[in-house]
Design a protein around this ligand. Structure first.
Ligand SMILES: Nc1ncnc2c1ncn2[C@@H]1O[C@H](COP(=O)(O)OP(=O)(O)O)[C@@H](O)[C@H]1O
Ligand SMILES: [Mg+2]
Length: 216
């Protein structure tokens, strides 16, 4: 469903990513591993169409990114940032945002269900997010991102601020999505316990793919 072909990204005469080739299929679970500064987040910014390759192309279902409607692409490829980016209002206002941009009605039941999955069902939907801790805000961000199921989900160490119990909950939720066909790309620490659960592991070093392991 996603093809990255000979993609490079250069800024100020510096190659941040060099000749990246990668195929992502439906239901793939891909761990992106690499030291700080190796280009992991830049790869996600390219995949989420926030920036464009300076060489090569990215294809979604055989169509070049440039030929696709950016809004539609954004709904299919969902990028969960490392930092939570909620707006200072209620939980409900944040969880209702994805339905607003789609001009759909807010699915309260789904919101409550997701709150439960991320272990925050003791909060009311009208609670203010300002009162929540960093880890709780991150879990609301994850719930918001999953109000609509994307085709491809990009996670930038999204659970690093969570304790083990909540991290496990979120991990279950994400890997269940993969079972339903969502492709998951997750920037993961090389020592992470969950690494064995992924079917592909891509090692980035200094902007290039050093090693790609495919397990079946
Ligand atoms: N727009 C940019 N301008 C200049 N340098 C950038 C830009 N974006 C990323 N970089 C540099 O590219 C390198 C890779 O960054 P990044 O993709 O954030 O790495 P990672 O997520 O693996 O830590 C870093 O050295 C970073 O400073
Ligand atoms: Mg990064």
């Amino acid at each position: 469903m996603l093809e990255i072909k000979n993609v490079s990204y250069e800024v100020d005469n510096r190659m941040i990513l060099k000749d990246i080739n990668l195929s992502i299929n439906k239901g793939d679970t891909v761990a992106i591993i690499g030291p700080s500064g190796s280009g992991k987040s830049t790869l996600f910014r390219l995949l989420s169409n926030l920036i464009s390759p300076t060489k090569g192309s990215i294809y979604y279902n055989n169509k070049e990114y440039e030929s696709l409607n950016p809004e539609e692409l954004r709904m299919k490829v969902s990028y969960l940032l490392q930092q939570s980016d909620l707006f200072d209002s209620t939980i409900e206002d944040n969880l209702a945002f994805p339905s607003q941009i789609r001009e759909k009605s807010f699915d309260k039941k789904k919101a409550k269900c997701l709150l439960k999955t991320v272990g925050l069902d003791h909060y009311r939907l009208d609670s203010k997010v300002q009162r929540l801790s960093g880890g709780e805000r991150q879990r609301i961000t994850i719930a918001r991102q999953l109000m609509y199921t994307p085709e491809i989900l990009l996670l930038d160490e999204a659970t690093s601020a969570l304790d083990t119990q909540n991290r496990n909950k979120v991990e279950e939720l994400i890997f269940n999505l993969a079972n339903k066909g969502v492709a998951i790309l997750w920037i993961t620490h090389s020592k992470d316990q969950s690494l064995r659960r992924f079917n592909k592991r891509v090692h980035l070093i200094d902007g290039h793919i050093e090693k790609e392991e495919v397990l079946q």
